[in-house]
Design a protein around this ligand. Structure first.
Ligand SMILES: [Zn+2]
Ligand SMILES: [Zn+2]
Length: 840
């Protein structure tokens, strides 16, 4: 055994993921590698490579080569199996559950394509996002991990942090100005991988030429601007997908992108509206033209400062107009296209809802916003008196000097206070509204593992992660909180926005519904432009117009959004153990982590030697293998402490009712026994139950006696892949935010919804089978609130006792619901997310 950490570390050194430390120009111009290996100075900006008088580089970058790791993964039998089984399910007809069933995925493996139909070749996803490993407020430090996700892995494995590959780590404290030197080594490797590299397939026991390519780039808007060299929000045409044109608003000191009506159907009445849209005219144009690959190629050369023949001033103008700042490093890859940048729903969804929320609560509703609306001649009820002239002066004298941005720098609280002094706009939540909305959002009850913890979000907003925003819009919480507030038009638009965003985040895609969803998006954005101040119409809001083609091609957005990478980044932050060398400690930990991972997955470690997380991941790999052999069935289990109970007489009757209805074996035996022993209809059921005969076998005797009142009571249950239920006791505990409500689609009409509350879970055996059941008390059938579209049930009304409580299986009931009782009317139970296919 090694006696120290250093010794142990030396022992495994050769086995760790290889690491390259690459020196980079201090201004991010070039990487000192290949033919620039021995240079002492940057060939572009002439800055010194080393700290003067030493051999210490002024800036460096860690790169962890991809090829050796991909090779190593294929050597593991279990992994080789996981990486190549993705094509088994074929293209889905209408319901797409994962990118593996999507038409875009299968197209990549077509005969005659790069991969020649061999499922062993790999499709990758690239993500880069800046992160701050230290305290966010005190220390502006940003390092950027570059991550690769292997898309071939099954969904469950793909979403585990352990399977993400860290390929590069850009050092802080500042984000790089130019990405090229940091992408160069990766692009070199990807070029090799397009040709194919020899690898050994541990499953088929043969050598083969492994190919890989990046299918999708997943980036937030800032990352996109950097990696795709696009100009970003300041440009006239900043959208990397189309030629939308923005207009500079002097009042707001920023570009706004209106014209959302261009996407509407030609006969849509909103196109004829000449008073409520910012341009006050009929809109008869079609959508802006999409950018073509050829145009992007030309622009990447034209706007490149290194190769262009244009003078500097002209170049800046062209860059601003075309929204392109140069030739991206990726262009060296023949398979690269600007279309491979997906619209990331995490940032898009969060950004849109955050903007609208900000205007509603006053955070983003400034005097400038009002005076811009006044200039456009919209919403006269909220114009401020006397401010016009003052503003005009300030604007004119300070244009471009950045003074107007001082206005923006007021704290949220200050802005909110200032907004409270202004007249309420039709979108405004007044002080009282915000308090009321907060008491509603604090009253929400959510399933376990929901993420967002119910609390006020309108008076003060703190610690909101993007996942929290997603939960708010996709589970009806936003709709519930602002019910009855704002003007009707604005509220309806917000409701539509929540519906659209939640459909875009849905884990399952119904392809035949996409055309309708696309229309809804267009309608929603046009209404946002009509009903809210023009300040919210940023390019990120516009991006939503481009998302449907990606869903049609690659299925649900969860396969290509950033939540996983965000989680990885916080894992990485946690690995910063040395404040002086944060990057070095991260790289070191990740290398050791992936080594342990490899050893564990390869089965090279003795049992019990594996850390828990790795053991769990291994279990997943094994389960995936099992799943292939037997079709997935809905698995139910009870968890948590169990307790022996004896059911009451009423409950025993309910249990018997359940079995009479749902257990075929019991039905059969009862029928048989009745026919055999009960000739006279006058004999009552009671005597039938008590009647016993030595001639009966055990099963028949059990059927005669009916289900026993004894069983195990439990407070929690788990269904399918981790849908967790809690019962009434968990909800009524003080301070609890857990929901114990579930629902079923009503039997008649199909559109009715029955809501109930789980009293307890019950496990018992009957006729040789084990049953996991929930005991549910049902409320009156829920009705739909016409204004918000949410369901509600009047809990004061009682059902007839015979049907009020019953036993049912977990597969019969819905996922646990997000519910709330309105603080102003606690008798009504609101069901916020029943119709939503979205579960946490
Ligand atoms: Zn340089
Ligand atoms: Zn666009």
């Amino acid at each position: 055994m090694p006696s120290s950490w250093d010794e142990a570390r030396k022992l495994i050194d050769d086995l760790l993921t290889p690491k390259e430390t690459i020196h980079v120009c201090v201004n991010d111009c070039v990487a000192f590698r290949k033919d620039r290996k021995d240079m002492k100075r940057c060939p572009v900006c002439k800055e010194d490579r080393y700290v003067s008088g030493t051999t210490r580089p002024r800036k460096k970058f860690h790169f962890l080569p991809l090829v050796p790791r991909l090779r190593r993964l294929y050597e593991i039998k279990a992994f080789s199996h996981l990486l190549s089984k993705h094509m088994d399910s074929g293209v889905a007809n209408d319901i797409v559950r994962d990118i593996h069933d999507s038409p875009g995925w299968h197209r990549q493996f077509e005969q005659g394509g790069l991969f020649e139909g061999d499922p062993r070749h790999l499709l990758l996803q690239f993500c880069q996002d800046g992160m701050n490993p230290f305290d966010m407020r005190k220390n502006a430090y940003s390092m950027s991990p570059q991550l690769i996700k292997i898309m071939n892995l099954p969904m469950t494995a793909r979403e585990k942090l352990g399977f993400l590959l860290l390929v590069g780590l850009i050092h802080g404290p500042k984000e790089p100005k130019n990405m090229d030197p940091y992408l160069e080594p990766l692009v070199d490797e990807l070029l090799l991988l397009l040709e194919g590299v020899w690898a050994f397939d541990g499953l088929r026991k043969e050598a083969f030429k492994l190919k890989a390519k990046i299918l999708l780039y997943v980036l937030d808007f800032v990352g996109l601007c950097k990696c795709a060299k696009s100009k970003g929000p300041g440009a006239v045409s900043p959208c990397s997908k189309c030629w939308i044109k923005g207009e500079y608003s002097h009042k707001l000191s920023k570009m706004v992108y209106t014209g959302a009506r261009r996407y509407l159907e030609p006969d849509d009445p909103m196109r004829k509206d000449t008073s409520n849209f910012p341009d006050k005219a009929v809109e008869d144009r079609g959508p802006p033209r999409l950018r073509t690959a050829g145009e992007m190629e030309t622009l990447s050369n034209l706007c490149n400062p290194e190769t262009t023949a244009m003078p500097k001033t002209l170049l800046a103008t062209v860059q601003k107009a075309a929204g392109k700042t140069g030739r991206e490093e990726w262009r060296r890859l023949p398979t690269y296209s600007h279309e491979n940048y997906v619209v990331d729903m995490q940032h898009t969804g969060t950004d849109v809802i955050e903007k609208v929320h900000g205007v509603m609560v006053g955070d983003n509703d400034t005097e400038a916003v009002r005076s811009e609306e006044r200039r456009l001649g919209r919403f006269p009820e909220c114009w401020e008196q006397n401010e016009e002239d003052e503003w005009e002066d300030v604007e004119q004298s300070n244009e471009g000097t950045g003074l107007s941005s001082k206005k923006k720098r007021m704290s949220k609280e200050q802005r909110k206070r200032a907004a409270d002094k202004m007249k309420p706009g039709p979108w405004t939540l007044t002080k009282d509204d915000r308090k009321k909305a907060d008491s509603r959002s604090a009253a929400v009850k959510v399933p376990v593992h929901f993420g967002w913890h119910p609390r006020g979000i309108f008076v003060r907003l703190s610690n909101m992660k993007s996942h929290d925003w997603k939960q708010l819009f996709s589970h009806g919480i936003m709709k519930f909180c602002v019910r009855g507030m704002m003007k009707e038009k604005q509220r309806d638009t917000l409701n539509l926005l929540c519906d659209v965003l939640s459909a875009l985040c849905a884990p399952i895609v119904k392809m035949s519904r996409l055309p309708q969803l696309e229309k809804d998006i267009h309608r929603c954005l046009a209404r946002l432009e009509r009903d809210f101040p023009v300040t919210i119409m940023t390019v990120i809001v516009h991006w939503m117009e481009h998302i449907i083609p990606y869903i049609a091609e690659y299925g649900p957005t969860k396969a290509y959004w950033m939540y996983l990478y965000e989680r990885m980044n916080s894992f990485i932050s946690g690995r910063v153990k040395n404040r002086l060398h944060p990057e070095a400690t991260v790289v070191e930990s990740c290398r050791i982590y992936s080594f342990v991972q490899y050893m564990a997955l390869g089965g090279f470690l003795p049992e019990g030697a594996v850390p828990t997380t790795t053991a769990q991941q291994m279990a997943i790999v094994e389960r995936e293998e099992d799943d292939e052999q037997r079709p997935t069935e809905s698995k139910t289990e009870l968890s948590g402490p169990e307790q022996q109970i004896q059911l009451t007489t009423a409950q025993t009757t309910q249990l018997k009712d359940f079995h009479i209805k749902h257990t075929p074996e019991y039905q059969r035996l009862r029928k048989q026994l009745r026919a055999k022993y009960l000739h006279s209809p006058s004999k009552s059921t009671t005597s039938f139950n008590k009647w016993s005969s030595p001639k009966l076998n055990t099963e028949e005797r059990e059927a005669m006696a009916g289900p026993s009142a004894h069983g195990m009571k439990c407070l929690r249950a788990v269904r399918d892949h981790g849908i967790e239920y809690r019962c009434k006791d968990a909800e009524t505990r003080a301070g609890s935010v857990v929901s114990s409500y579930v629902a079923v689609e009503g039997q008649q009409m199909g559109s009715q919804v029955d809501v109930g509350r789980v009293n307890f879970f019950f496990r018992h055996s009957f006729l040789g089978e084990e049953f996991f059941l929930a005991n549910v008390t049902w409320f009156p059938t829920a009705t739909r609130d016409p204004a918000s579209g949410l369901l509600r049930s009047d809990t004061t009304r009682q059902r007839a006792t015979a049907t009020a409580t019953s036993f049912c299986t977990l597969s019969y009931i819905s996922h646990p619901l997000v519910t709330a009782r309105d603080p102003d009317d606690p008798t009504t139970l609101w069901i916020l997310n029943f119709d939503n296919p979205y579960t946490c």
